[in-house]
Design a protein. Structure first.
Length: 643
């Protein structure tokens, strides 16, 4: 990607940020990172010229925007990575922001997982389903959609025209063994591939037609169905003609649900925006073949000083950096010109492998469409602002109350809480949950499987977990900044343990043994009376019953308990559902799953002969021998009866 350079001032002793020596910063494209005293990345930026851009930060703070001045005052070092061109700088900036999540970079906060319509093309018999979350290989996605019920209603209509399966693999296998199809076949919403009612060629044609329809080629699909219906009627196949007629009605109803907003050959993404000084609400309509086929909304946290043109830059980067489900269109309509339109058109064009036009519509239907999307953004922003007014104030109040009641040196922006879970000493686990700025930071949650404790000893288990966590912190910060893992690099401003004086004494002892007692404040929260204990004070601190501080501590404690219980149940369930096929040499998860699929269950595998096991080309003879030996080994009871 280019030459990496790490210089700047440097302040390893926690001093203030100093300007790097003259001439050390290259006059070349790249990305730069401001870091705090603990090595944490505070801000990531990109520049056409690193020398010119960084020099802007080292002027009189009075002339810097307030948030920029705060960032520079917090930073103790600056580093940079030189790359070959502006496009590489753009992509490097995005990847570093995603990796480090700097507190002074704007954040695109998508507060929900949008549903997608997915078709599993990698399956022997592809299925259609509604999915959320990360995308997987071998699956074709359509959407996202605003509501799951809308996509399910559309899918229900489409299945009457393109009756591909929607059942799970387990259900498909079950009905294959039974030799009977499920209800969906009888109501003509599935072609019945599980029982051989359709061949691969015909089923593949159904899948191709569904994909074409979802891609927006509705005219061709309707014309083909209409012609097949007429041909069936001409050949006196009236039952087939009637079924095709019903499918034609269903597909036309599905088409009516897709709003026509542009010409039939146009692929457009329309971005609407509403904002204030702190945040922005973004709505995106995805238009393919002239029809709205999906929408998405998210909130932008404007923690850096940017104008609306720079904000559009950030929105484009967040929207298109990671393989959007519907691809990149030929045209992107935006409310304001990007600050660097040429760079972003170049970047999107490289991904699309053809020209992409980013523009602000001035008149006509596209201007009207942008105004519609912007109204959606304004309505969402109004709802979000009402919620934010209470949430933000409550969080700030809670952190300030904790500082005052617990006599902390500063408001605890990062709080870590630990809890234990077990049943009579079995499957002993610990949990660590993290709250930053009053909100859960789930990416920093950690789970601990207790290694050294036998029986029921919460104090010893807590000591093990805290020791492992803070030893990892000490080891990580001792490394050069570039080599730190980031998993345990950041200390909390408040450590909370679930329990009373006993748990507090354990936490205090661990911190003292590691030399961290003056760096990390600690408290414990007792469940019975919601009392808070702190070191050096024999009496509990009773926070006001209706205070935001107590409410925050209760939420953190309950979340750590939930997280620990969830992990404990996972381990217990895994232990209780351990299969006889586990721990067989050479039989990994993939082979075990395939073996179960071939025979239909453990019982059938147990009844199989050695020749039947060896007959599978994908199962080596040695592994087949191991399976047979494990399943036919004499049990303890049978050995006793034999004697």
């Amino acid at each position: 990607m280019g030459e990496r350079t790490e210089r700047g001032r440097t302040g390893d002793d926690g001093g203030v940020l100093e300007r790097p020596p003259a001439g050390t910063i290259p006059d070349a494209p790249g990305s730069y990172q401001f870091k705090g005293a603990d090595g944490r990345v505070l801000y990531v930026g990109k520049a056409k010229s690193l020398r010119q851009r960084l020099s802007n930060y080292f002027q009189n703070p009075r002339y810097l925007p307030p948030r920029t001045a705060q960032m520079v005052a917090t930073a103790t070092s600056v580093e940079w990575i030189q790359v070959g061109n502006e496009l590489e700088a753009l992509m490097l900036e995005y990847s570093l922001i995603k990796q480090h999540r700097p507190r002074f970079n704007i954040r695109l906060v998508d507060d929900k997982s949008y549903p997608l319509l997915a078709v599993t093309l990698s399956d022997e018999w592809p299925r259609a389903l509604v999915m959320r979350g990360e995308k997987k290989k071998g699956i074709r996605y359509f959407g996202p959609f605003g509501h799951a019920y809308a996509i399910r209603e559309t899918l229900d209509l489409l299945l009457r025209t393109f009756p591909i399966r929607t059942c799970s693999d387990n259900k498909f296998t079950h009905h294959t063994r039974l030799g009977r199809p499920c209800l969906l076949f009888h109501i003509e919403k599935c072609a019945g591939p599980c029982v051989g009612e359709i061949d691969h060629v015909s089923y593949g044609r159904l899948v191709e037609d569904l994909l074409a329809f979802l891609d927006g080629d509705t005219d061709e699909v309707v014309a083909a169905l209409d012609q097949r219906m007429r041909d069936a009627a001409k050949n006196l196949e009236f039952e087939l003609a009637a079924r095709l007629r019903d499918r034609l009605v269903s597909v036309r109803r599905a088409i009516e649900k897709q709003q026509i907003v542009a010409e039939r050959d146009e692929d457009i993404d329309v971005i609407g925006l509403a904002d204030d000084e702190l945040e922005a609400a973004v709505q995106v309509f995805f238009v393919r073949k002239g029809r709205v086929v999906g929408r998405k909304g998210f909130i932008v946290d404007k923690v850096e000083d940017i104008d609306q043109h720079q904000l559009v830059d950030k929105i484009l980067e967040g929207l298109y950096a990671e393989d959007p489900p519907l691809g990149i269109p030929r045209t992107v309509l935006v409310p304001h010109d990007p600050a660097d339109a040429a760079l972003h058109e170049w970047w999107l064009g490289e991904q699309r492998e053809s020209k992409v036009d980013i523009r602000v519509p001035q008149r006509g239907d596209k201007r009207t469409l942008l105004e519609t999307v912007t109204r959606n953004a304004q309505e969402e922003f109004t709802r979000h602002r009402l919620k934010r007014a209470t949430d933000h104030n409550a969080r700030a109040q809670a952190l300030n109350e904790l500082r005052d009641h617990l006599d902390l040196p500063e408001a605890p922006l990062r709080i870590e809480c630990f809890d234990m879970s077990h049943i009579q000493g079995s499957d002993y686990v610990g949990s660590m949950v993290v709250v930053e700025d009053g909100l859960p930071k789930r990416s920093d949650y950690r789970r601990f499987k207790i290694k050294t404790i036998d029986g029921n000893d919460d104090f010893a288990a807590m000591e093990e977990v805290l020791t492992r966590r803070f030893k990892a912190y000490i080891e990580d910060v001792a490394k050069p900044v570039a080599e730190r893992s980031g998993r345990f690099s950041y200390p909390p401003q408040l450590l909370v343990v679930d329990g009373g004086k006993g748990q507090l004494s354990v936490a205090t002892r661990v911190l003292a043994e590691l030399g961290l007692e003056n760096e990390i404040p600690v408290c414990s929260l007792a469940k019975q009376f919601e009392e808070v204990f702190v070191p050096g004070n024999p009496e509990p601190i009773r926070l006001p019953r209706q205070s935001e501080a107590l409410y925050l501590l209760q939420r953190i404690r309950d979340e750590s308990h939930r997280f620990a219980i969830t992990y404990h149940r996972q381990l217990r369930d895994k232990r209780m559902t351990k299969s006889v096929l586990d721990d067989i040499e050479g039989l990994g998860p993939s082979r075990k799953k395939r073996l179960m699929k071939e025979f239909g269950g453990v019982k059938a595998v147990r009844e199989a002969t050695l020749d039947e096991l060896r007959a599978f080309s994908w199962l080596p003879d040695a592994v087949a021998d191991n399976v047979y030996a494990k399943l036919h080994a004499p049990t303890t009871s049978s050995r006793r009866s034999a004697t």
